[in-house]
Design a protein around this ligand. Structure first.
Ligand code: PAF
Length: 286
C-alpha cells in the first residue's frame, strides 16, 4: 500500500524505519502530471531498490518569469492513483512553503558552472540552477541510495551527475531511456499543450534526429553541415529551433573526439510549446 506524505518530518520517519531494516531506497523526482515515461522510471527504480519514493513538486525556481509555472498541469489525484498502481511505496508531495520555508528570494542555491548556461540554459537563464537546487534539497530530504532521471532531459541528467560528484553526495544516479509516442515524439507533460496538428508535426523532431544520426554514421558531412540540415528539416515542419547540436554524449562538449560517443540534441518551438529531445549517435566510423 502506497503512503502519501506532504511534509519532511513524516517522510524522514518512514525513511528511518526502512533504513533500520537495511532496505535500499530509490527516489524518482517528478513534477507530476505523470505519463508512461514517468512510470518507466518507477519500474527501473524498483529493479534497483527495495523501496521507491516518488516526489511530485512543481518547482517554482526552475521556471523563468515568462514560462508556464502557473499553468503547468497539476494532477495530484491521478498521479497518486498511477503511482499506487505502479507499486510505488511512498509519495512525497510537498507544498512550496515546505520546500522553501524561508521564501525564494534568499534561498541558498546550487550552481553548476558552464553546463548550466549552455544549450537549454542559454535560452532559459536560471533554469538549471533551480533544478540543481531542488534536486539537491530532495536528496537531503529523502537521502536515497539511488535516484532515477529520464534521458529525455539529457542536459538535466548531466547537470545532476556533475553536482552530485562535485558536492560528494552519496547517491547513485541512473538514467532511464526515453519513452516515445507512436510518431516518435518523446513523452513529456508539455505534449498536452500541442494541438492535434502540432502533435503530428512534432514527430519530425525524432525523424530529424534519426536523419542526423544516419548522416553522422554514414556520410562524411561535418557536424556543422548536419546541424544545418537538421535545423532546415525542423523549419520545414513549421518549428522554430532554439538549437540543433551534435555533442559529446557524456560531457555535452561540442568538441567530439574520434573515440567518443556523440549525441544529437534538439530544442524547438512549435506554436506555444517548447519541445526537447536527443538521440545517441554513437561513434563515427569514417
Ligand atoms: O525533470 C523534472 O521533472 C524536474 O526538472 C525535476 C527533476 C523533478 C526537478 O524539479
Amino acid at each position: 500500500m502506497m503512503t502519501t506524505v506532504h511534509n519532511v518530518a513524516p517522510l524522514r520517519e518512514q525513511i528511518r524505519a526502512w533504513r533500520a531494516q537495511n532496505l535500499r531506497i530509490a527516489l524518482v523526482p517528478t513534477m507530476g502530471n505523470l505519463h508512461r515515461g514517468h512510470f518507466s522510471l518507477i519500474d527501473l527504480a524498483k529493479q534497483h531498490a527495495d523501496r521507491v519514493v516518488a516526489s511530485v513538486f512543481v518547482n517554482p525556481t526552475q521556471f523563468g518569469p515568462n514560462e508556464d509555472f502557473t499553468i503547468y498541469p497539476r494532477t495530484l489525484e491521478a498521479d497518486t492513483h498511477g503511482l499506487a498502481t505502479a507499486h510505488c511505496d511512498l509519495l512525497f508531495a510537498p507544498g512550496v512553503s515546505e520546500v522553501y520555508p524561508n521564501g525564494l528570494a534568499n534561498q541558498t542555491r546550487v550552481r553548476v558552472p558552464i553546463i548550466e548556461n549552455d544549450l537549454c540554459g542559454a535560452v532559459r537563464p536560471g533554469h538549471f540552477e533551480g533544478v540543481a537546487t531542488v534536486v539537491c534539497k530532495l536528496f537531503n530530504m529523502v537521502t536515497p541510495d539511488l535516484a532515477v532521471f529520464g534521458e529525455k532531459d539529457l542536459q538535466q541528467l548531466r547537470v545532476i551527475q556533475k553536482f552530485v560528484k562535485e558536492l560528494n553526495i552519496a547517491v547513485e544516479i541512473l538514467g532511464a531511456p526515453t519513452r516515445r509516442e507512436a510518431n516518435g515524439l518523446a513523452m513529456s507533460s508539455r505534449n498536452q499543450y500541442l494541438t492535434a496538428d502540432e502533435h503530428d508535426r512534432a514527430g519530425q523532431i525524432f525523424a530529424t534526429l534519426e536523419k542526423m544520426r544516419q548522416l553522422w554514421q554514414k556520410s562524411d558531412a561535418t557536424a556543422q553541415q548536419i546541424q544545418r540540415q537538421g535545423w532546415e528539416q525542423l523549419e520545414l515542419a513549421g518549428m522554430r529551433p532554439d538549437y540543433v547540436e551534435i555533442r559529446d554524449y557524456e560531457s555535452l562538449d561540442s568538441n567530439i573526439l574520434p573515440e567518443s560517443v556523440a549525441s544529437g540534441l534538439v530544442a524547438a518551438r512549435l506554436g506555444k510549446t517548447r519541445l526537447i529531445d536527443n538521440l545517441m549517435f554513437g561513434r563515427r566510423h569514417l
